[in-house]
Design a protein around this ligand. Structure first.
Ligand code: CA
Length: 472
C-alpha cells in the first residue's frame, strides 16, 4: 500500500510538473468508462403489423421466441411508431415527431440518442436499414455522423428487390437475395456483440431489419413452412433469428443488464387495391400483414398505421408477463434512455418524447397523455380525433372515407368504426386545440425540402389508384 501510495504521488507530481496537460486526460477522459449503465438493444422490424405475432393474436404465424420474450417482459398494446419508414426512424432516433425531425430527410443538425450516449462512454452501433439520409450516401447524415460508431446495412428500402450495403461510410456490396437479409443482419449483430465491442463499456445496438418490407422473401430453411404463406415464413424467420440474437446476448452474460426493446416501424401493407399491382414478388407471395382489430394499415392515420407490437424485456426491472395498454411511443426512447444511461436530453429544441422509465419498471400505470398523428389528428386518453383532410400515404386506401372530422372512443371502439364527432363537439374542439399546440412547438418546416420522401413527385396519388414507384 505504501509503495502504491508513493507511486500515485509520484505520478501526480510528474503529471503536474512534467506534463500538466495529462492531468486533464485523467480527469476528463474523452470516453469515460461508465459503471452500472444498462446496455440497450433495439430490434426494429419493417412493416410488421399489430396482429402478426402469436402473442398479439395471430393464429397462423408461429412466433415462439417473441411470445417467450413477452412472457419474460412486458407487452405493450398502445404503442406507437409512425405510419411510414423514414419518419418512423427520425422519430425513434431523436425523440421528435417527424414534422420536426425531418423523416427521410433528417438533417445533420438533429441530435440522436446515439450521439448523446456516445458522449457519456457508450458504444453505439446501427445494423440494418437507416433510411433517414434520403437513401443516398450523404456522409454527414449517415449513421457515423449521427452518433453511431459502427454501421453495417442499407441506406434505404428494398422496393426494387435490391439492397446495397454500407459498412460505416464505405460501400460494401449488394444483394438481390431478400431472403438472406434477416439472417445476415442477425449475424452482424451477433458478431458485433462477440467481437467488435469493448466488453468493458456499455453499448446501444440498434438492429433495424429490412423484412417484412416488400419485396419480402425468406431463406430456404423457412420458405414454404408457415401457414401464413410466404409472409408468414418471413415473420417466422424473423422470430427465429431474433431468438438467436437474444440467445447470443444471454450466452455472453449480458441479459441481466440489457434493456431489450422489440417493435416495428409502422403498420402492415394490407390493401389489396395497392399491393395487387406491386411487381417483383416471389411466386405465390402473400405480402401483407395482419392489423388484428385495427383499421387500415401502413400509411394510414387510423390505428393500424401507427400502432405496432412492442415487447420490452429487462429481467428484474421490467415486470415479466405484464400487458400494458398505457400510451407509449418510439419518441419516448430518447428521454427514457437519458434517464437510464444518464445523459442530457437536448434542451435547445422541442423534444416530444417523455421519460417512460417508471412505466417500464411498473412504478406507474399510465404513459403518455397524448399522441400526435402526423398532419392528421391526435389521441388524448381514450379519445382520438382526425381532421377532415387528414393525411394518408399512398398505401392506405380509404375510398369510402368522408372528409369530415372524426372522433373515436378507442376503449369502446378500437376499430374506429363509430364516428362520435357530432355527438361530442366539445371534445373535438379540445383535441383540435391540442393538435395545434403540438404542431406549433416545432420550428422545423413541415413543408420544407427535407420533410418530403425522395421522389415524391412520382407517386403518392393513391386516391385515383396510381402506384407509387418508391415506397418505404
Ligand atoms: Ca416501414
Amino acid at each position: 500500500m505504501i509503495r502504491l501510495g508513493r507511486y500515485v504521488i509520484f505520478l501526480a507530481v510528474f503529471s503536474i510538473v512534467v506534463c500538466p496537460s495529462s492531468m486533464d486526460a485523467f480527469e476528463q477522459p474523452a470516453e469515460p468508462r461508465v459503471e452500472g449503465k444498462p446496455n440497450i438493444l433495439i430490434i426494429f422490424t419493417d412493416d410488421q403489423g399489430y396482429g402478426d405475432l402469436g402473442c398479439y393474436g395471430n393464429k397462423k404465424n408461429k412466433t415462439p421466441r417473441l411470445d417467450q420474450l413477452a412472457k419474460q417482459g412486458t407487452r405493450f398494446t398502445s404503442f406507437y411508431a409512425q405510419t411510414v419508414c423514414g419518419p418512423s426512424r427520425s422519430a425513434l432516433l431523436t425523440g421528435r415527431y417527424p414534422r420536426r425531425s425531418g423523416g427521410w430527410g433528417m438533417p445533420s443538425s438533429e441530435i440522436t440518442f446515439a450521439e448523446q450516449m456516445k458522449k457519456i462512454g457508450y458504444q453505439t452501433a446501427c445494423i440494418g436499414k437507416w433510411d433517414v439520409s434520403n437513401r443516398r450516401p450523404i456522409i454527414n447524415r449517415m449513421p457515423n455522423a449521427q452518433g453511431f460508431d459502427y454501421f453495417y446495412g442499407t441506406l434505404g428500402a428494398n422496393d426494387n428487390g435490391t439492397v446495397k450495403f454500407h459498412e460505416n461510410n464505405k460501400a460494401a456490396g449488394m444483394t438481390r437475395d431478400m431472403g438472406s437479409l434477416t439472417k445476415l443482419y442477425t449475424d452482424k449483430a451477433i458478431e458485433y456483440l462477440k467481437e467488435k465491442r469493448d466488453p468493458d463499456k456499455p453499448f446501444v445496438l440498434y438492429v433495424a431489419h429490412t423484412m417484412m418490407h416488400t419485396i419480402i422473401d425468406a431463406s430456404e430453411k423457412f420458405r414454404g413452412k408457415s401457414k401464413g404463406g410466404l409472409y408468414g415464413d418471413v415473420v417466422e424467420e424473423f422470430d427465429f433469428e431474433t431468438g438467436r440474437l437474444i440467445d447470443a446476448l444471454d450466452a455472453l452474460g449480458l441479459g441481466k443488464n440489457t434493456l431489450i426493446i422489440y417493435t416495428s416501424d409502422n403498420g402492415p401493407w394490407n390493401q389489396r387495391k395497392y399491393t395487387g399491382r406491386k411487381k417483383g414478388h416471389p411466386k405465390g407471395a402473400i405480402f401483407w400483414g395482419e392489423a388484428g382489430p385495427l383499421r387500415n394499415g401502413k400509411g394510414s392515420c387510423y390505428e393500424a398505421g401507427y400502432r405496432v407490437p412492442c415487447i420490452v424485456r429487462w429481467p428484474g426491472k421490467v415486470p415479466a408477463g405484464r400487458t400494458s395498454d398505457a400510451i407509449f411511443a418510439t419518441i419516448d426512447f430518447l428521454p427514457t434512455f437519458a434517464k437510464l444511461a444518464g445523459f442530457k436530453v437536448p434542451d435547445d429544441r422541442h423534444i416530444d418524447g417523455i421519460d417512460q422509465t417508471d412505466l417500464l419498471f411498473g412504478k406507474r400505470k399510465t404513459g403518455r397523455e397524448h399522441f400526435y398523428y402526423n398532419r392528421a389528428g391526435v389521441r388524448k386518453g381514450k379519445w382520438k380525433f382526425l381532421k377532415a383532410d387528414a393525411h394518408f400515404h399512398g398505401y392506405a386506401i380509404e375510398d369510402s372515407r368522408k372528409k369530415v372530422d372524426e372522433l373515436y372512443d378507442l376503449e369502446a371502439d378500437l376499430g374506429e368504426k363509430n364516428n362520435l364527432a357530432k355527438k361530442h363537439p366539445e371534445k373535438v374542439a379540445e383535441l383540435k386545440a391540442l393538435m395545434k399546440s403540438i404542431e406549433s412547438h416545432g420550428k422545423y418546416p413541415e413543408t420544407g425540402p427535407n420533410s418530403k420522401p425522395p421522389r415524391k413527385k412520382q407517386g403518392n396519388k393513391n386516391k385515383r389508384g396510381k402506384q407509387k414507384k418508391k415506397t418505404s
